[in-house]
Design a protein around this ligand. Structure first.
Ligand SMILES: Cc1cc2nc3c(=O)[nH]c(=O)nc-3n(C[C@H](O)[C@H](O)[C@H](O)COP(=O)(O)OP(=O)(O)OC[C@H]3O[C@@H](n4cnc5c(N)ncnc54)[C@H](O)[C@@H]3O)c2cc1C
Length: 289
C-alpha cells in the first residue's frame, strides 16, 4: 500500500479520489481491511473518511433526517437516534460484535452492499435516498451532488462513478412504529440468514416491508404490502386478527423465497418459514406499538 490520505471534508475527499484514480475510500475499515487481510484487495492508496466531521452526525431537513455516511452503528444504536428512526437503530444494534459496531459505518454498509447488511432492508423499506458527492461540479469546490434511491444502487441499476462517495442518506421521519428483526444461524451476534425491515406510514396509509439476506439485495413484497395495508383501520385501532398476520407472513415469504422446482428443497422451506415468522412478528409488533 503506498499512501493514506486523511481529508477533513467531503470536498477534499472527492479531490483526493479524483487526483488518485487508483485510491479506494475507507471509513471504518471493517469490510475493507478484512478483504485486504484475505488477499482479495490490494489498494494502491487509501482515502480515509474518518476525519470528515460533516458526515458523522445528522440534521433535519423538510420532514426528513439527513444522515451522514460516517455514522457508526454504535452511534445509530443510541436512544436519541432510536427515537428518530427506530428500525435503523435496531439494525445498527444487531450489526456484529461491539468492535465492529464501534468502527463500521452506515456508508460502508451500503457501499459494501453485502446481502447480509443489516441496515439495507430498513433503508429499502424507508425508501431512503442517497446523496452522492463526486467530481464535476460547477462551483469553486468542483464537487457535484446527485441523488439516487438506495434501491437503485443495491440493485445495480446505478453505480458509484470514479471519485464519487456516499455523502448522506436521506430518510423520511415517519413518526410511526417501525421494526427490524433478524434471524441468525446461531445464538448471539451473527450475520443474518434472513432479516426484515418494516415501517408503517400512516400519512400514506402504507405498510412497507423489505426482506434482507435471502437475495443479493433486499426484496420488497409489494403486493403483500398493499394487501395488508388495505386491511388496516388507519383511523382506528390499527390491530389485525392473528389469521391476517399469519397470511401476511406467508404472502411475504412466498414472494421473497420462491420455489425452485419440485420437490421444494428442505432449505428453501426452512428459509420460507423463517421469513414468514419474521414478517408476521414484525407487523404484529408494529401494529401493537
Ligand atoms: C466480524 C464481522 C462481523 C460483521 N457483522 C455484521 C453484521 O452482523 N451485520 C452487518 O450489517 N454487517 C456486519 N459486518 C460488516 C461491516 O461491519 C459493515 O458492513 C460495516 O457497516 C462496514 O462499514 P465500514 O465503515 O467498516 O466500511 P469499510 O470497510 O471502510 O468500507 C467498505 C466498502 O465501502 C466503501 N465505502 C466506505 N464508505 C464509503 C462512502 N462513504 N462512500 C463510498 N464508498 C464507501 C469502501 O471503499 C469499501 O469498498 C461485519 C464485519 C465483520 C468483519
Amino acid at each position: 500500500m503506498q499512501s493514506v490520505t486523511l481529508p477533513a471534508s467531503l470536498d477534499e475527499a472527492v479531490a483526493a479520489l479524483t487526483a488518485m484514480p487508483a485510491a479506494v475510500p475507507v471509513a471504518g475499515g471493517t469490510d475493507l481491511m478484512a478483504a485486504v487481510n484475505a488477499g482479495l484487495l490490494r489498494p494502491a492508496a487509501l482515502v480515509g473518511l474518518g476525519r470528515i466531521n460533516e458526515i458523522r452526525g445528522w440534521q433535519y431537513q423538510d420532514g426528513h433526517a439527513l444522515l451522514g455516511a460516517g455514522l457508526t452503528h454504535a452511534r445509530m444504536g443510541r436512544p436519541d437516534f432510536a427515537a428518530l428512526i427506530p428500525a435503523l437503530a435496531a439494525a445498527a444494534r444487531a450489526a456484529g460484535p461491539p468492535q465492529i459496531r464501534n468502527a463500521g459505518t452506515l456508508g460502508g454498509n451500503i457501499a459494501s452492499a453485502a446481502p447480509t447488511g443489516d441496515a439495507l432492508p430498513v433503508l429499502a423499506a424507508l425508501e431512503a435516498v442517497l446523496v452522492i458527492v463526486g467530481p464535476g461540479g460547477l462551483g469553486d469546490s468542483g464537487v457535484a451532488r446527485r441523488e439516487i434511491p438506495v434501491s437503485h444502487l443495491l440493485a445495480g441499476r446505478e453505480m458509484l462513478r470514479p471519485g464519487e462517495l456516499i455523502g448522506f442518506v436521506r430518510v423520511p421521519l415517519l413518526h410511526a412504529p417501525q421494526v427490524f428483526l433478524k434471524a441468525t444461524g446461531r445464538t448471539g451476534p451473527g450475520r443474518a440468514v434472513a432479516s426484515v425491515g418494516l415501517v408503517l406510514d400512516p400519512a400514506r396509509r402504507g405498510v412497507r416491508c423489505a426482506i434482507g439476506a435471502v437475495a443479493p439485495m433486499p426484496l420488497r413484497p409489494l403486493e403483500a404490502e398493499q394487501w395488508v395495508a388495505s386491511l388496516i383501520d388507519w383511523d382506528g385501532e390499527r390491530g389485525l386478527a392473528p389469521e391476517a398476520l399469519e397470511a401476511f407472513g406467508e404472502y411475504v415469504a412466498a414472494a421473497c423465497v420462491p420455489d425452485q422446482g419440485e420437490p421444494v428443497a428442505a432449505g428453501v422451506l426452512h428459509l420460507r418459514r423463517t421469513v414468514a415468522v419474521l414478517a408476521r412478528r414484525a407487523l404484529g409488533r408494529a401494529l401493537s406499538s
